[in-house]
Design a protein around this ligand. Sequence first.
Ligand SMILES: Cc1ncc(COP(=O)(O)O)c(C=O)c1O
Length: 392
Amino acid sequence: MSRGFQLAERFSGVTTSPVRDILAVVNRGDVISFAGGIPDGSLFALDDFRAAFDHVLSTQGRRALQYASTQGEPELLEQVAARMARQLPTTPDQVQVTSGSQEGIFLVGQALLDPGDVVLVEQPTYLAAVQAFSLAGARLVAVASDDHGMLPDALNAAIAAHRPRFVYLIPTFQNPTGRSMPAARRREVADVLLRTGVPLLEDDPYGELRFEGEAAAPLAALPGMGAQTVLLNSASKVMAPGVRIGWLRAEGPILRAVEVAKQAVGLQSAVTDQLAVARYLATCDLDAHIARVVDVYRERRDAMASGLASRLPAGAEVTRPEGGMFLWARLGGGADTAVTLPAAVDAGVAYVPGWPFFAAEPDRSTMRLSYVTNAPDVIERGLDRLAGALGW
Ligand SMILES: Cc1ncc(COP(=O)(O)O)c(C=O)c1O
């Protein structure tokens, strides 16, 4: 018998990522990072959260420090159901609290996937979702997408070919591209899903960070889709990621399966954090907070979009998202953004190479750039360094 741990088969494809090793250095003070999807901490509603935690610990301290239900604290279930009900009818019993929407992604994978099952994803898509589904043994199949998201005909064909357990979409301000699916495309995609009966996992952590343009309703809100969709939301991008509070909305038996999976993973989300977020939602004006954050992020999006437009080499393309946190650039030609990353980091700027976001056939000339963490003048300096390092 061999000594040491033998990892489970599902970890066989998991290697340490060179990209992660390189990006580990971005906390160096001299590196301007466009890499992480990190909200600007100076914008956190720190005083409001301090008051909320104070209130929870001084009025319900023993409850806050105790074990509790897996589904979530009633106050939080009520608050988030009311917030979701702005978009589609939602009752507290249709909500499951999660430790961030990342846990929601993982739990849905556990609830629905057997080894070998197929999940259909956008091309490109959120890499930590790919990881969560892969750990459940799933095979990820990328469906052709354009500037408006997944293509309905390609989705239809992929469903016929692969009989997926579900489709995973980030329809608004997608990670990594920043693109959004317009209302008409949402209806077309929903039509395919309703006709074929394939469920949807709709991930919406960024939807409220809108700088301009018309909001489209989540696919879950389209007629018939509520029963066929798990809709994920999170406090991370609109309040603070450190509280690790997210929530999902679903209907029917999947809720119980998700609850059992969550019980197995960690029994419950932290009660202090749940009660503090519930208190914050009950007593503070989250919409006003989001409006303040959006004003700052819009300015940064503008700085990065125009700074890139004037620096990118001929033939390169870049998205101009109406909200969220990311721009997505495609350099084209023979560029490989993973190969050029060390030079960029040496020059004092970091980005995320695009290839890990592809479930298949990566376009290695792509990169994701986050504009939210740095002020416009820092963005300018970072882009100068990037242009110098990449020879633009
Ligand atoms: C598309 C998407 N889903 C989910 C998450 C996970 O966020 P959290 O677990 O903090 O809610 C992220 C974080 O970057 C994301 O981009």
